[in-house]
Design a protein around this ligand. Structure first.
Ligand SMILES: Cc1ncc(COP(=O)(O)O)c(C=O)c1O
Length: 389
């Protein structure tokens, strides 16, 4: 978790990425914040989703991202560790946190409940339920969400092989939660960058099975995250397709007017940040960039994450003006700055053939799972910031 950077207002501000490059000539990776993109994404969810919108903090816990979303009207946060709760509440004291991780370190539920007043928790098995009830000692105040497996194949990154239980097991847990005096609820995650709105309807049908098997009227349904953002060649269906599909599926649920929540991460922050990298060296069809797999491109390590951040080659002309290179494009192998041979993007990037050492590659759509998972491996830690607009 980052310490808050110097205040957002103190960051350099530019009319466009080209102006930022022209002025800063950044030799370190430079994150460009697009406040308008955060606002648009938040509005889409707040206006379109028929329930509470929780921002999944893990997608980008940086104070800038949290503040942008708060300013755009997001008040609920899916905080999946005590560290995330502490970070959110120290920055945004009125934020409403929900502890949506099904397996917690010992003592974390107790601290979340007693210190931060968190009352929403997730379980996917008996042992974690026992631990939660023992640590909080006040079941009547809790909403306990049983996490279901929703392995539906519509997403680039599946999130059902590690956590989640089948409807039969969920039914047992729902009965136990009710008997303990807590409010029984259900949740699932269809997987991240889910390009199929239909997956949500299928998952709600799985929730219906658990409800039917348990005979328990659930108090809330959390449909998780997974909503996509646009990457190279991946224009996802518009948000309202997802919301319409979810609304229809909810109408068919046997429990009427159940309060719903969602936990988008990627979709709220993906377009909010772009990244300027510099070409430290061009060698034939290889570009050695100043950021890579151990920095902002960590998510590219996942074999199934076949999504690429849109790249644009940019050069400074003789007068120092930054221009996007427009000539014919070709594929380049893009290496990061560390000594590790594995520090290479899995797929070539397509940029103008005229790109040269000292030029820049601007990558868009870099707000999600980039800043959050960068490391300082080999002494490289991208952390320069500017604002666009
Ligand atoms: C429980 C939970 N909720 C929400 C999210 C956010 O998912 P996404 O960024 O795909 O919206 C994740 C991602 O790992 C998650 O595990």
């Amino acid at each position: 978790m980052n310490a808050p950077v110097k205040s957002f207002d103190a960051l350099p501000r530019f009319a466009s990425p080209l102006k930022a490059i022209e002025s800063l000539k950044p030799t370190e990776p430079l994150y460009l914040v697009h406040p308008g993109a955060f606002a648009v994404a938040a509005r889409q969810f707040l206006d379109g989703f028929p329930g509470d919108v929780l921002y999944a903090v893990k997608a980008n816990p940086h104070p800038i991202a949290l503040t942008q979303l708060w300013n755009a009207g997001i008040r609920h946060f899916d905080t999946a560790s005590l560290g995330e709760i502490e970070a959110v509440r120290s920055l945004l004291p009125d934020a409403i946190c929900h502890f949506m991780a099904p397996v917690r370190l010992p003592g974390q539920a107790k601290a979340a409940f007693e210190i931060y007043g968190v009352t929403d928790f997730v379980v996917d098995g008996e042992a974690e339920l026992d631990k939660l009830l023992a640590e909080t000692g006040n079941a009547k105040k809790l909403r306990v969400f049983v996490r279901l497996v929703a392995s539906l194949g519509g997403a680039l990154l599946e999130l059902s092989s590690k956590y989640g239980c089948r409807p039969e097991e969920a039914a047992k847990l729902l009965k136990r939660i009710k008997a303990a005096g807590a409010a029984p609820c259900l949740t699932f995650h269809v997987g991240s960058q889910c390009l199929s709105p239909f997956s949500y309807a299928q998952a709600i049908e799985i929730a219906q099975q658990a409800i039917r098997l348990s005979g328990v009227e659930i108090a809330a349904l959390d449909i998780g995250g997974g909503f996509p953002t646009a990457y190279v060649g991946q224009e996802p269906p518009p948000p309202h397709w997802y919301f319409d599909m979810i609304r229809t599926a909810l109408d068919n649920l046997s429990v009427k007017n159940v309060p719903v929540m969602c936990e988008p991460g990627r979709a709220l922050v993906g377009q909010g940040i772009s990244l300027v990298t510099q070409v430290v060296m061009r060698r034939g069809d290889r570009l050695y960039l100043n950021d890579g797999i151990y920095g902002s491109f960590d998510e590219q390590r996942f074999a199934s994450f076949e999504a690429d951040y849109p790249p644009t080659a940019i050069a400074l002309d003789a007068k120092g003006k930054a221009r996007a290179l427009t000539g014919e494009k070709r594929p380049f192998r893009a290496y990061g700055p560390t000594c590790d041979s594995a520090d290479v993007l899995p797929r070539p990037i397509m940029v103008a053939d005229s790109i040269a050492t000292g030029d820049f590659v601007l990558f868009d759509a870099m707000g999600a799972y980039t800043v959050s998972s960068r490391s300082a491996f080999n002494g490289y830690y991208p952390d320069s910031w500017a604002v666009i607009g």
